[in-house]
Design a protein around this ligand. Structure first.
Ligand code: SF4
Ligand code: SF4
Length: 296
């Protein structure tokens, strides 16, 4: 245990900082620890990571998810996430080769950030998120001994993270909104979890959904907007974030057909009222339980 690393075995240093902070780090071919970081992976993927990788392989999102990822929950019973699947019966990344990363130009956000950790936070009384950073120091990574100073902002630019972060912002906001909405919102329904998974990660299935009659009976998108969304993966992904903000949190930005919109608002009102009643009932039951324990 050291002053910098007060929690044994936790490589994330506790001090957080902003992008102006200068760190000392360089990863370069020929370094003695080459590939050590890719030999034991735990890499969460953003929707844009998936989009870039499935485009690289020229396959659909469904096939990419099946072959190269494993699902997990970002929050227990709450938000679906996806991680890179390691090699069969091992811990190394499927894309690691002796030469290094075989998908380097399209490597995921987490690989680009390492050894910096991005911490996106939103306080309950704030409407926007704020980013801060921390340093991850693992004994096997010798890049920290290299004599290269660089600010976190410059490191992010060097690693192509300005684009990656901009395109993942809507997804991070959805997660922060869910986290900051607290337990009274309760566990999302199976349907909303499926929608989240499809719109964020299975983009080709989401395209079919947006092109369907059912979707267009409900939403009133101008034909040129629909064409643009359906024709370009990135546009479709960004639209998916707006769609989820609307469906999950009632932030209406996508025009709906009048009658359908009123029916949906009514359903949303009824759902909110039901959840508030259930939360109140839970709180009352918890209080009763506390009194019973005191009486015993
Ligand atoms: S995607 Fe590339 S950089 Fe990331 S863990 Fe795999 S081999 Fe390493
Ligand atoms: S310096 Fe760190 S990031 Fe680079 S190969 Fe070694 S362990 Fe991986």
């Amino acid at each position: 245990m050291t002053e910098d690393q007060p929690i044994p075995d936790n490589p994330v240093l506790p001090r957080t900082f902003d992008g102006a902070k200068e760190i000392r780090f360089q990863c370069r071919k020929g370094i003695a620890c080459w590939n050590a970081c890719c030999s034991n992976i735990d890499i969460s993927l953003t929707p844009y990571d998936i989009l870039r990788l499935k485009q690289r392989f020229g396959i659909g999102s469904g096939e990419f998810l099946q072959k190269h990822t494993v699902p997990y929950e970002i929050e227990r019973d709450g938000i679906a996430g996806v991680k890179l699947r390691p090699v069969e019966k091992g811990t190394a990344c499927q894309f690691m080769t002796a030469e290094g990363c075989s998908v380097y130009e399209d490597r995921p956000t987490a690989c680009r950030y390492y050894p910096v950790a991005l911490l996106s936070l939103r306080r309950q009384d704030e409407s926007t998120d704020r980013n801060s950073y921390a340093l991850v120091k693992e004994a096997h990574c010798l890049g920290h001994n290299e004599p290269r100073p660089i600010t976190v902002d410059d490191y992010r630019k060097e690693q192509g993270l300005v684009e990656y972060d901009a395109l993942a912002r809507g997804w991070r906001q959805l997660i922060l909104k869910k986290k900051s909405s607290g337990p009274s919102i309760g566990k999302p329904s199976v349907r909303s979890r499926q929608l989240f998974f499809m719109a964020c990660y299975d983009i080709d299935r989401f395209r079919q959904f947006v092109a369907s009659d059912g979707f267009n009976d409900l939403y009133d998108l101008p034909p040129e907007t629909l064409q643009k969304i359906l024709g370009e993966d990135t546009e479709l992904m960004l639209f998916g974030f707006r769609f989820l903000m609307q469906v999950l949190f009632g932030d209406e930005s996508i025009p709906m057909r009048k009658e359908a919109a009123e029916q949906r608002r009514q359903r949303h009102r009824e759902k909110s009222q039901r959840m508030e009643r259930e939360a109140a009932a839970r709180r009352a039951a918890e209080q009763d339980g506390m009194y019973e324990n005191v009486d015993e």
